[in-house]
Design a protein around this ligand. Structure first.
Ligand SMILES: *Cc1c(COP(=O)(O)O)cnc(C)c1O
Length: 358
């Protein structure tokens, strides 16, 4: 499926290339290379297909005013990919090889990206257990790949507030589970809750912790922030990383930027009852979700399944949300200083070496 170049749908406008590399027990990583995007040929007994030994990442590359391409904090994705691999008993990919694979795809396909400043190249690394074997044990062969697609706005090209549905029927993650890594098995089970949200007239599902069913953890595939108060004395709050939240690169970046812009920054668990009562009392003034795909997206309305519903602030994007969104996108797109070295410029010509090994 392709989408019009002026308004690419999220995840549809794939570029022309992919990068692939293989791992086998005893041999380690081998056969790296860029190739034309093409169908994979997999054995019907492919282990990852049956048992979910599949992990992925998501990050973006942006075209900068000078014409060059830059990726945003890809080293954090490389490290998170390694953590995901460890959790699923898969081989770790050296960070240097992960970065090189991303660079190759960006260098090959950056022309697919228009000059529209709202658009970016979304990069999708993936690794799956590729051995044709249905023993219930880790695969002894793996395929790593990187695909790319042109991304517009995740919720369309505007930043309209979303309505959210707090699910009490379904949980995303449990203590000791896989909620803090990016494995494919976390997402399929979320679709039924997403559908329940849509049936309730909402665009997104909000996940509560799975033990007390009380603490607000995440929204869909995004981290959540709350704002208490207004103006320069506002407090910016997000849940601590309890082990059942995905440690987002965007979350981490916004914590740094919020502090730099003078906001008080707190990692604090917020219960769903607190969210409602503090909104009613005017204490919580804004709520927004954040992630690579949707950047910073305001939450306008909350439906707490079977209980109550309320509006956050006046239901539109609040000033702190707008400020942080701009602060983040300005760094990503090279419009403001990058004091932390978050941008990883992509060399246009390749002189590539591979670390090899396992
Ligand atoms: C990917 C993801 C996020 C956001 O992570 P970023 O690194 O900011 O893109 C948040 N929550 C979940 C469940 C995710 O899968």
């Amino acid at each position: 499926m392709s989408a019009p170049a002026d308004r690419p749908g999220h995840g549809a406008a794939f570029t022309g290339h992919m990068y692939t590399m293989s791992w086998t027990a005893g041999r380690g990583w081998h056969a790296p290379g860029l190739r034309r995007l093409a169908n994979l040929s997999v054995h019907p007994g492919t282990l990852g297909l049956h048992y979910g030994q599949v992990i992925f990442e998501g990050l973006k590359a942006f075209r900068h005013p000078g014409g060059g391409m830059a990726m945003f904090r890809p080293r954090l994705n490389a490290l998170r990919f390694q953590r995901s691999a460890r959790r699923l008993a898969m081989p770790e990919l050296p960070a240097a090889d992960f970065l090189l694979a991303l660079e190759e795809v960006v260098a090959a396909d950056h022309a697919a990206l228009s000059d529209d400043p709202e658009h970016s190249l979304y990069l999708r690394p993936l690794m799956y257990g590729s051995e044709a074997n249905l023993m219930l044990r880790p695969s002894e062969e793996y395929e790593f790949l990187v695909l790319a697609f042109v991304a517009g706005g995740f919720f369309g090209d505007t930043v309209a507030p979303v309505s959210v549905f707090v699910s009490h029927d379904h949980s995303r993650a449990l203590p000791g589970g896989t909620g803090d890594v990016k494995c494919a098995a976390n997402y399929g089970p979320s679709f039924v809750a997403q559908r329940a949200a849509a049936d309730a007239g909402c665009q997104q599902v909000v996940w509560l912790d799975s033990v007390e069913h009380r603490w607000v953890e995440e929204m869909g595939g995004m981290n959540l922030f709350f704002v208490r108060g207004t103006g320069s004395s506002a407090e910016v709050i997000t849940s601590p990383l309890t082990g059942t939240l995905l440690p987002g690169v965007t979350r981490d970046s916004l914590l740094v930027l919020a502090a730099r812009h003078g906001y008080r920054v707190t990692e604090e668990r917020i219960s769903v009852d607190q969210w409602r009562t503090e909104c009613a009392a005017g204490l919580i003034t804004e709520t927004f979700a954040c992630g690579t795909a949707a950047v910073v997206t305001p939450v306008g309305r909350v439906v707490d399944q079977g209980r109550s519903s309320w509006t956050v602030g006046d239901g539109t994007m609040g000033p702190v949300t707008a400020h942080l969104r701009t602060a983040l996108t300005d760094v990503q797109r090279g419009r403001s200083a990058d004091p932390d070295g978050w941008l990883h410029l992509v060399p246009s010509a390749a002189h590539r070496t591979y670390s090899g090994g396992s």
